[in-house]
Ligand binder design. Structure first.
Ligand code: G1P
Length: 272
């Protein structure tokens, strides 16, 4: 069983300035729920009830969100508003939350390595809350757990993207095992369209085996001078230990304004 899920949430969210000047980008709401809560719900639905955050400066609102707010809760107790807190209350009751800080922004790989203290020696999920995912039946992370149970190695969620967009993603290529799975042979972070080995892009869902930490410790800065998770995964892929999984569902890039608006419209139209 995979019990822990890591959320790297130290990034600045400069694309949403000034909205993110004094609040974490992960707290921007899609309707009434902050982005990060969708991610935690997805982890929880996959059986991961230990939620580990790698936070940074100006991110305290995330900790407060996953805690009780006595004064407010007392104030609305017994009113019609109370039920609006049901979803977050149930997460707080069911999950354990742990936090550590990334002091320097040295890339996603570095953030994951900082998270080692919260994860230890076990396979774990990673959710990048900017990528808001809606599964067709099961959530994406629950689908990935099934992929892990089948292959017992690191799993990355992938989808095809337009060729002109490959420079925004980690791109994979390898042996297509069937419609759903690719045994990854090659991974590269944000290649130019002419250098990309395919248009299969990694989106922000991973299951990682714990040997990734030792690999990350020895991974030098790569693309943009940052320690790239993609480079560490390439070391596992070289041993046939990374499977790319084409998830069933939809993903919104809520790190971009267009994706954020699309997600908002999607959830608004789906409202009961
Ligand atoms: C990160 C990863 C990249 C991945 C992407 C998914 O990039 O480095 O490999 O494809 O997340 O959203 P970022 O979007 O943080 O630049």
């Amino acid at each position: 069983m995979i019990k822990k899920c890591l959320f790297p949430v130290a990034g600045y969210g400069t694309r949403f300035l000034p909205a993110t000047k004094a609040q974490p980008k992960e707290m921007l709401p899609i309707l009434t729920k902050p982005l990060v809560q969708y991610g935690v719900e997805e982890a929880m639905a996959a059986g991961m009830d230990h939620i580990a955050f790698v936070t940074g400066r100006n991110k305290r609102a995330i900790e407060d969100h996953f805690d009780i707010t006595y004064e407010l809760e007392d104030m609305i107790s017994g009113t019609s508003k109370e039920s609006q807190l049901d979803c977050i209350r149930s997460l707080i009751e069911q999950c354990t939350f742990t936090y550590t800080r990334q002091n320097h922004m040295r890339g996603l790989g570095h953030a994951i390595l900082i998270g080692e203290a919260l994860i230890g020696e076990q396979p774990f999920g990673v959710i990048l809350a900017d990528d808001l995912c809606v599964g067709e039946s099961d959530g994406i992370m629950a689908q990935m757990v099934k992929a892990y149970e089948k292959y017992r190695c690191s799993i990355v969620a992938v989808e095809e993207v337009p060729v002109e967009d490959v420079d925004k993603y980690g791109i994979v290529s390898g042996q297509h095992l069937d419609d759903e799975y690719v045994r990854v042979e090659y991974m590269v972070e944000k290649p130019s369209p002419q250098d990309a080995p395919s248009n299969l892009a990694v989106i922000g869902r991973y299951i990682l085996t714990p040997d990734i930490f030792e690999i990350l410790r020895n991974t030098p800065p790569g693309k943009n001078g940052e320690v790239q998770l993609t480079d560490a995964l390439q070391a596992q892929a070289a041993n046939g230990k990374v499977i790319a999984y084409r998830f069933r569902g939809q993903r919104f890039d809520c790190g971009s304004i267009e994706g954020f608006v699309d997600a908002t419209n999607f959830f608004f139209n789906r409202k009961p």
